[in-house]
Design a protein around this ligand. Structure first.
Ligand SMILES: Cc1cc2nc3c(=O)[nH]c(=O)nc-3n(C[C@H](O)[C@H](O)[C@H](O)COP(=O)(O)OP(=O)(O)OC[C@H]3O[C@@H](n4cnc5c(N)ncnc54)[C@H](O)[C@@H]3O)c2cc1C
Length: 385
């Protein structure tokens, strides 16, 4: 938007970007309304995404992935957002490819990687991560779900909520206490294969104010027996540490989503205000419109410059969680502000869901809540003062 090409972009990534854009326009954009009505992206689409290379792009080829880097994931996520699919397939794939697959790659035993990653890359298995519970979200150490060792199995008991991909998920990484007395050191991550897990139940597909094509659910674990081999990494008590290490990337992913949304909002609004007339002139001719859109574009460019710089650091392995937390809270706050101001220029049409800006407004709000609330981001930053 500022006319600059992101410093982490390469020719290969530009080709990928074109391919992804064409695929989404042809295959997914026509399905968007149907998915929004159903509250879920259908499984066939996940398989198509897998066959096209949209899933697990940065997982090594040896495990069925695309063999790319995090930059490949970002390009796919950016195009998904630009196509208006961020609040459905985009969010689901973010959890599936960028989070769940990478937990397995980073911490899984060789057997776990061989078993789950190829199925995730093809879209046969859809991944979810279940941390949040009805009684605790931000304070992860206080999760009450337990995983008790019983012979060659863990018996998982508890309840999770707000789980992305909850209705579709075949593989759920469950955050549970293997030693309830040990605080953070008693937290482990155990994979539950939903097809064979007796005692596993999905609750409602929750009704949200936005992201209507994304299934977000309650999950129930009524003494679910899971083989001990499903403990991520094979050693108990590593869960909290595992969660913390991945955070920089998860936060940066949110920030990229925010930047793309701001850029799209400014573009859509600039187009609209050139066409729409009031008092004998276009809406863009009013100085208020010019100043507000100038501010919005400036915010989008500043945000883009910051996240691009962090992406360079992420690829070099030098991005720290605190700077990523800064990017997460600031860009998502700005996303909500910019979209709100852009929506105003659409007048009543901005309130109608058939206009993309209205859906973007509703989809944006959760960005300040999930992946660690923006208040929690500030807490983390404040600790470094
Ligand atoms: C659409 C959607 C998808 C989601 N997907 C997933 C998923 O896939 N997996 C998953 O596990 N979870 C998921 N979540 C849950 C999400 O991560 C939590 O909602 C979030 O972490 C906040 O937890 P909470 O809702 O329990 O809020 P709480 O922790 O109860 O927080 C309530 C308020 O108190 C503030 N607060 C809390 N602690 C402090 C503090 N120390 N200082 C200052 N303020 C504080 C918070 O910032 C917030 O404003 C999803 C949520 C939504 C809405």
């Amino acid at each position: 938007m500022g006319g600059e090409i992101s410093p982490w972009m390469t020719e290969e990534l530009s080709i990928l970007r074109d391919q992804v854009r064409r695929f989404l326009e042809r295959e997914f954009v026509p399905c968007r309304e149907r998915w929004e009505e159903a509250g879920v992206v259908d499984r066939e689409a996940w398989k198509k995404a897998g066959a096209t290379g949209l899933l697990c792009a940065s997982i090594p080829e040896a495990y069925g992935g695309g063999g790319g880097t995090r930059a490949h994931d970002v390009v796919i996520a950016e195009e998904t957002g630009r196509a208006g699919l961020g609040g459905g397939f985009g969010a689901g794939n973010g959890v599936h490819s960028n989070i769940v697959a990478h937990y397995i790659l980073a911490y899984g035993t060789e057997e776990q990687k061989q078993c789950w990653l190829p199925c995730m890359a093809s879209g046969e298995m859809i991944g979810a991560i279940a941390m949040t519970e009805p009684g605790t979200g931000s304070d992860l150490q206080s999760v009450r779900t337990t995983a008790r060792r019983d012979g060659d199995a863990y018996v998982i008991a508890g309840q999770k909520t707000f789980i992305t991909n909850g209705q579709n998920a075949d593989l759920v990484l469950v955050v549970a206490k293997t030693d309830p007395a040990a605080g953070a050191k008693g937290v482990s991550i155990i994979a539950v294969e939903t097809a064979t897990a007796s005692g596993f139940r999905r609750g409602r597909n929750l009704q949200k104010i936005g992201m209507h094509a994304q299934d977000t659910s309650e999950l129930f674990f009524d003494d679910v027996r899971t083989p001990v081999g499903n403990l991520l990494g094979g050693v108990e008590g590593q869960g909290f540490k595992q969660l913390m290490v991945q955070l920089a990337w998860e936060r940066l992913s949110c920030a990229f989503g925010a930047v793309v949304a701001m850029e799209r909002a400014v573009e859509l609004t600039a187009d609209y205000v050139k066409e729409r007339k009031a008092f004998g002139q276009s809406i863009l001719d009013f100085q208020n419109t010019q100043f507000k859109l100038a501010e919005a574009k400036t915010h989008a460019v500043i945000a883009r410059t910051f996240v691009d710089q962090l992406m360079v650091r992420l690829l070099a392995g030098t991005l720290d969680p605190t700077t990523a937390a800064m990017a997460k809270w600031w860009t998502t706050d700005m996303q909500c502000k910019v979209i709100d101001e852009c929506l105003q220029f659409f007048g009543g049409y901005g309130y109608m869901t058939e206009y993309p800006i209205a859906r973007m407004y509703a989809d944006a709000r959760v960005q300040k809540i999930y992946a660690g609330t923006n208040e929690v981001m500030k807490l983390l930053i404040a600790r470094t003062l």
